[in-house]
Design a protein around this ligand. Structure first.
Ligand SMILES: [Zn+2]
Length: 389
């Protein structure tokens, strides 16, 4: 898509006219903007997670890199992606009506993407409406892999708790668990599902402690078993508080779309104990998503197609990947410069073939406006976790 919007003026001087306003391309750019200026190794995985989706036969579940390019002196890297006009946050807060069909097809696509991601052994760790891009046809893609990492199978190894925007943060992270699994992403999806139904944030707290309290207001006081990975201070906080009964029926009041099926699935996602929370794969088997699947594969997907005699459906509606994503390349990386080089190499590989090379004119008004617009603001990063002890 981007290629068709550019006009190559002079391939040797890398001068180009862009008819597509650059600021519209910014969401994925933010990842790389953080990346090249920071020393945190997370971004390496992020860039490669994103990059690897180009290699995987995924047919569009994630925000795909259309082109990645370097500027003239290689001091910066830029990413150009396909254009997605909106995101789920903008849609939820907009006045536009959202039918139950919308909720079903959005939820279906989120879970379909997560099933694939989790099968690759990747935790997204920042699933929120603003990171779910949506185009005018309601096609949804997961973006911003800035906090993503591969799953940690060794439970004795500590994982950072500075993940997931607070409103969508799973209780085990709020309670200081040192190790967590891909079920943290499912918790976030549960919060988003409720937000789609109710058009408001489900757990909108001012602090991590209030966040946890709002969760226990709904789910009731968790059992000791459900809190087994929590840190001592967090457990003490729960045990000090008055015992709470679950109030899950309140989910039926979210909206008229909160049917029995919807609430049943929602309650399987919003489970305090991460080991008992539903997986993306099992959630996709829930009857609530049957209509979303049908709609998606009837007129939105790229895995099925229509012939003169009717629609030909894929044999695998929600594929997984094999083998898992390998982050072994990180072990040999010790500097930002090295990382830039492998990204450069990746770019060159991508540009082989018939693609029109894309470069940028740093003097253009569009570029100047873009560069002074959004790069990851500190306020967009998840806040630090509560220190319980
Ligand atoms: Zn399909």
């Amino acid at each position: 898509m981007c290629c068709s919007h550019v006009v190559l003026v002079d391939s040797s001087s890398c001068l180009i006219c862009l008819s597509l306003p650059l600021p519209k391309l910014c969401p994925c750019f933010r990842v790389c903007a953080c990346a090249v200026s920071g020393s945190d190794t997370f971004w390496i995985a992020a860039a490669h997670s994103a990059a690897s989706t180009v290699r995987y036969p995924h047919e569009g579940r994630f925000y795909k890199l259309e082109l990645v390019f370097l500027n003239l002196n290689h001091s910066s890297s830029y990413v150009v992606t396909e254009l997605m006009q909106s995101d789920l946050h903008k849609i939820i807060v907009s006045p536009q009506p959202l039918s139950s069909d919308h909720a079903k097809v959005f939820l279906y696509q989120i879970l379909r993407g997560l099933k694939y991601l989790h099968s690759a052994g990747i935790l997204h760790r920042d699933i929120k409406p603003g990171n779910l891009l949506v185009n005018s046809n309601c096609v949804l893609k997961i973006c911003d892999f800035g906090l993503a990492r591969v799953e940690e199978t060794d439970e004795s190894r500590h994982m950072t708790q500075e993940v997931v925007t607070q409103y969508y943060r799973a209780p085990e992270i709020l309670m200081g668990s040192r190790h967590y699994s891909n079920s943290i992403d499912i918790w976030s999806v549960g919060c988003i599902f409720a937000e789609l139904l109710g058009r408001r944030i489900l757990f909108q707290a001012q602090s991590p402690i209030q966040q946890l309290d709002l969760i226990t207001d709904l789910l009731g006081t968790p059992s000791m078993e459900a809190m087994r990975t929590a840190c001592e201070g967090a457990r003490a906080h729960i045990l000090r508080s008055a015992h709470k009964q679950p109030s899950l029926p309140v989910l039926y009041t979210l909206s008229s779309q909160a049917t029995h099926e919807a609430v049943h699935l929602l309650c399987r996602m919003l489970v305090f104990d991460p080991s008992k929370r539903i997986s993306a794969k099992d959630a996709l088997a829930h009857p609530y998503l049957d209509e979303g699947r049908l709609r998606y594969h009837t007129c939105m997907c790229k895995c099925c197609y229509t012939t003169s005699s009717g629609r030909v459906y894929t044999s695998n509606f929600e594929p997984v990947t094999n083998p898992k994503f390998d982050d072994g390349f990180e072990k040999n990386l010790s500097s930002v410069r090295q990382v830039k080089e492998i990204i450069h190499q990746f770019i060159l590989e991508q540009q082989k073939g018939s693609r029109v090379p894309l470069c940028i004119n740093p003097q253009s008004a569009a570029f100047k406006s873009f560069i002074s617009s959004t790069v990851a603001q500190p306020s967009e990063m998840p806040p630090s976790p509560l220190v319980w002890e």
